[in-house]
Design a binder for this molecule. Structure first.
Ligand code: GLY
Ligand code: MN
Ligand code: MN
Length: 430
């Protein structure tokens, strides 16, 4: 694995939190993700299943975790099933986890080979009433491909139709939203890697540079620092920055444009998600600075409003009201239009049309209760923006914030964001 070893106590604690919510006589089964196919015999790198990783730290394909907290055989209460290593696998794919390595990573004592799974599960199902299975219930998941958890669920339901089946996803949604200090430390590390990547990108920013050259700078730095891309970076200059999911990154940056960079590293599968917007020339024009400072004010006050007990809806709504006033100041909407602002038809939506932020962790858009409320331990992004296609101009600023009882902690407070600081960093380019 690319990241440094993680203390298995993190995963032990996560299993304890999950099993505390399971009723008597429950058995839970969680699978690894599939290796994603491309075309022909091609595949992408495995993206470890977040729920399995959260419970075990295991990133290897085909792994299965079975939890049965009240199994009559104490040794069967926590079992991890793995592909059995062999010479052929070693030659073609490299070393697979040994049982001892898997024990060290996960803190699970009973590690077995996959060939033993059907019989072991049968024994547990004979003494269990409810079976807790996993499925991707992310509210924004829109793909049609069936994953391993779902295929296994179909097979189990067909083989054991009289058991009661329950949804683990609803438990993960609550549990994973609240991060432990060890998880926050991993997000911080991802933020620090992203900061290094953005600073490197700043060193390469000049009129005429291609958006993909900037992407190469930032991604190279992520990899050099044991990270990966948490998602495909957006590097959009000028009007391209108004396309919210711009991924082509194939245009030249012009001197009079801003360039918007939305890029985050992941470290040990924990994600950062940051956006910065820079003047290609090294200096903001008066108009660019005015739009930038308006977004920065909304960012700062939205961070301040990220306090426990606030629903995500209320939190976003406050930013829309504030943004409408900023848009009046920028001459983008009239005071009359701002006065007609309602939650269903926010006055800002022509120029600020997306959400204010989302939960962050093992997923870039991490699982969390849909409307909160925010709780201590949540890590969220805060990402207001103003998009003005008619002016070929967009600004988005995105920081990652830890919600605590003592107020919000901005995990990105060290990543340059003040316009003067950005100009002075750009003035020092070689
Ligand atoms: N980079 C994805 C997002 O900001 O939500
Ligand atoms: Mn985001
Ligand atoms: Mn982002």
């Amino acid at each position: 694995m690319r990241h440094a070893p993680i203390d298995p106590e993190l995963f032990v604690a996560h299993r304890r939190r999950l099993t505390a919510l399971l009723p008597p006589g429950a058995v839970a089964v969680v699978h690894a993700a599939d290796i994603p196919p491309t075309s022909g015999d091609g595949t992408l790198r495995l993206h470890p299943a977040s729920d399995l990783f959260w419970l075990s730290g295991v990133e290897q394909e085909e792994s299965v975790l079975v939890l049965c907290p009240q199994a009559s055989d104490p040794a069967a209460r926590e079992m991890l099933f793995l592909r059995q290593p062999n010479d052929h696998l070693a030659t073609w794919e490299g070393a697979k986890l040994t049982k001892e390595q898997a024990r060290e990573i996960s803190g699970i004592k009973r590690v077995r080979w996959l060939s033993e799974l059907p019989a072991a599960l049968h024994a547990l199902l004979c003494e269990s009433g409810s079976v807790w299975l996993n499925a991707n219930e992310h509210e924004r998941a829109a793909y049609e491909v069936e994953d391993r958890d779902l295929r296994a669920a179909r097979a189990l339901v067909a083989r054991y139709p009289l058991h009661r089946y329950e949804r683990l996803a609803s438990l993960f949604r609550r549990l994973r939203a609240v991060k432990s200090p060890a998880e926050v430390a991993l997000v911080r590390r991802a933020v620090d890697i992203t900061d290094a990547g953005l600073r490197r990108l700043l060193g390469a920013l000049r009129p005429g540079v291609m958006e993909y050259e900037l992407e190469a700078e930032i991604v190279g730095e992520f990899i050099r620092r044991r990270g990966r891309m948490a998602y495909e970076p957006i590097v959009g200059s000028g009007r391209n920055a108004c396309v919210l999911h711009y991924l082509d990154n194939d245009q030249a940056c012009r001197a009079d444009d801003l360039v918007l960079v939305d890029a985050g590293a992941s470290y040990a599968n924990y994600c950062a998600d940051l956006t910065r917007t820079y003047p290609v020339s090294g200096t903001f024009t008066t108009r660019q600075r005015a739009v930038y400072e308006a977004v920065l004010r909304v960012l700062r006050s939205s961070i301040a409003r990220a306090v426990p007990g606030t629903s995500l809806r209320e939190w976003k709504r406050a930013s829309q009201v504030e943004m409408a006033a900023e848009l009046v100041g920028l001459g983008l909407i009239t005071a009359d239009e701002a006065a007609q602002d309602t939650p269903d038809e926010p006055a800002c939506r022509k120029y600020f049309m997306h959400g204010l932020g989302h939960s962050l962790g093992l997923g870039v858009h991490d699982v969390a209760p849909l409307d909160g409320p925010l709780e201590p331990g949540w890590v969220i992004t805060v990402e207001p923006g103003i998009y003005i296609p008619d002016e070929g101009l967009a600004v988005r600023l995105e920081n990652d914030v830890l919600v605590t009882d003592k107020g919000p902690v901005d995990l990105c407070s060290h990543v340059p964001i003040e316009p003067d600081e950005i100009e002075s960093l750009l003035a020092r380019r070689s």
